[in-house]
Design a protein around this ligand. Sequence first.
Ligand code: SF4
Length: 493
Amino acid sequence: MCGVVGIISTQKPVAGELYESLIHLQHRGQDAAGMMTYNKRFHEKKGTGYIRDIFDEQNMARLQGKVGIGHTRYPTVGGFSVEEAQPVMTHVPHGIAMAHNGNLVNYNDLVNEVNEQDHRLINSSVDIEVILHIFAHALDHPKTDIKNLSFFDQICQAVDTVFHRASGAYSVIGTIMNKGMVVFRDPHGIRPLVKGVRQNNDGTTDHIFASETTMFYALGFELDGNVAPGEVIYIEENGTVHSRTLKNEQFTPCIFEYVYFARPDSIQNEISVYRSRLRMGQNLAKRWKEQYPDITPDIVIPAPSTANTAALSFANELGVRFSEGLYKNPFIGRTFIMPGQEIRKKSVRYKLVPQEFEIRDKKVLIVDDSIVRGNTSKEIVRMVREFGATKVFFVSACPPVKFPCFYGVDMPTRGELVAAHRSVSEIEEYMGVDILMYQKIDDLVEAVTRKGEHNIDRPCMACLNGQYITGDVDEHTMERMERQRNHERSKQK
Ligand code: SF4
């Protein structure tokens, strides 16, 4: 999972605002980050770790220009080194830089094609480099005589080539030297990409594109909707906007953004993430009352902090006291996106401290956003028992995660997913809880799509139901990709 942002201004340098934006996207990836701007040449800075540790006054001063892109990374493909950080660039044609959020299903095939057919070198293992080279090659080798084509028409042809060759999820922001910014989103719109505008005193407009709306208010941008699935937008340096939808497919944005990834103050695909989480809690509570009418917990505790919102509405709906019975140290990163199983396990106890007065001699119900590997949940249950709970109930706002994600979220193999090969009662036993209850898939979809002027056909839920919208993930492909991911993980240990 990653966060991506691009800003194009007619008036002022963008590096400072890109930095602010990356801070507001830090929750989407803490492994590496990068920024690239241009004036007469490209300027870049990349590094590993937190945004605040990568960029300083000196390197920020170098990042000149009124057009730029930024990226914060957690790898789902590729390694953990600075060489794998984005944005990436190519000199031919024009000089193009790109960053994205997503993952390609046919990455390996495309690497071979790009090397052997297009004679372009892929110099990293990040899939945006493949997209960049397909785009650049198509722009450099147009299908038709460019005499009759505008530059935007040429861009559309190149993006169309990407859409036809690249299968998977990709929300891409790029800059083209001396031209402007180009933005496109895969035809299913799996990964988010919002857009915003800001009026300048001289009547011109600045534009921002980002994975989330989280920085819009601070930077003075107003939400201007989403980049549509299959849409390409090109903004010239003078602010002229061109846009076209090249491919219409079923719109299937990732449901896990609402469950876990997005910040609660985000609006994605015209849906408030915060409100959707409140509805998840409501729906869960209704199910609890149906299934366990005679069992009422003494307190409801969220597994902080993504689950806070769902836990609050769950407790309200049930008429039970909401308690912050687990204190979260805010200076330790999110365990789910920390690489490596061992680091994740250890970090739970550093990160969460149970409050004995809230827990001792009580029937405790814990609400979590999801249970992916199960390590964090199991550890939380153990801690709550150690602090004297008489009963521990556990509810998950997300249904069982049973399948890997091939669209950009770090759920790599079935072997790592606690629900892939276990029944609910087996997971209950594994976690050591008295009752485990998951959200139903229909209730989750209802919670996400109940309100908002959205036009979602159906959300992507491949990690829950195994239905991969791109249509090219069967059992054989899944096994091959899982083997490859296991191999990559073993190299990182
Ligand atoms: Fe999101 Fe799951 Fe689809 Fe991946 S498989 S894009 S995590 S809903």
